[in-house]
Design a binder for this molecule. Structure first.
Ligand code: ADP
Ligand code: MG
Length: 176
């Protein structure tokens, strides 16, 4: 995909890219690179991976980079943690315990996805049918040596544009 393709809207989706993170510092570098892209402020990002894969850790590094201060709680029990920054709303979802679709309507999540801002979801498979297609899916797989194999999948033009810009700003390999 070239910048010209993007500008002309010629994007063949999905676009998949693999990364490898040796340690949490590599996760943090990626989080900062992603947070620095203006498009992320309108994105819906899904995080996939087993318990302990590093989904919440990635979100914490992203939110810090975006300017969130204070404690960043895992929304495992609350399902959703909202953050209001100057000019940016962020919603961090964890659908691990989300089973009853009525919760969805009660919680007004539909309005959230219709609003501008960054939405990030862990365990999106538990909310299938309740959430729109993600712009970007980040799948984390823990390797035997505890490093993380990462698969990025762009499903929309916004996601493709984020991947394209990431490729220019963050190299695949871990940098010291
Ligand atoms: N490369 C890495 N990226 C993210 N977390 C890592 C990495 N290496 C080790 N960890 C550790 O793995 C754990 C991941 O926990 P967490 O982010 O809560 O996982 P999840 O939200 O996927 O259940 C944290 O203790 C973190 O410090
Ligand atoms: Mg988590």
């Amino acid at each position: 995909m070239t910048a010209v393709d993007l500008l002309q809207g010629v994007v063949h989706l999905p676009i998949v890219k693999s990364l490898h993170w040796c340690d949490e510092a590599a996760t943090a570098r990626f989080a900062r690179a992603l947070a620095a892209l203006p498009g992320v402020r309108q994105a819906y990002i899904e995080l996939q991976g087993h318990l302990g894969a590093g989904k919440t850790t990635l979100v914490r590094h992203m939110l810090r980079a975006l300017g969130v201060q204070g404690r960043i709680k895992s929304p495992t029990y609350a399902v959703m943690e909202p953050y209001e920054l100057p000019g940016l709303n962020i919603w961090h979802f964890d659908f691990y315990r989300f089973s009853d679709p009525r919760e969805w309507f009660d919680a007004g999540f539909r309005d959230i996805f219709a609003s501008p801002g960054l939405k990030i979801a862990e365990w999106p498979e538990n909310a299938a049918g309740c959430v729109p297609p993600a712009d970007l899916i980040i799948q984390l797989d823990v390797q035997d040596d505890e490093t993380r194999q990462v698969t990025l999948t762009a499903q929309t033009k916004l996601g493709a544009s984020l991947l394209h810009q990431l490729a220019n700003s963050a190299p695949d390999e871990d940098r010291p």
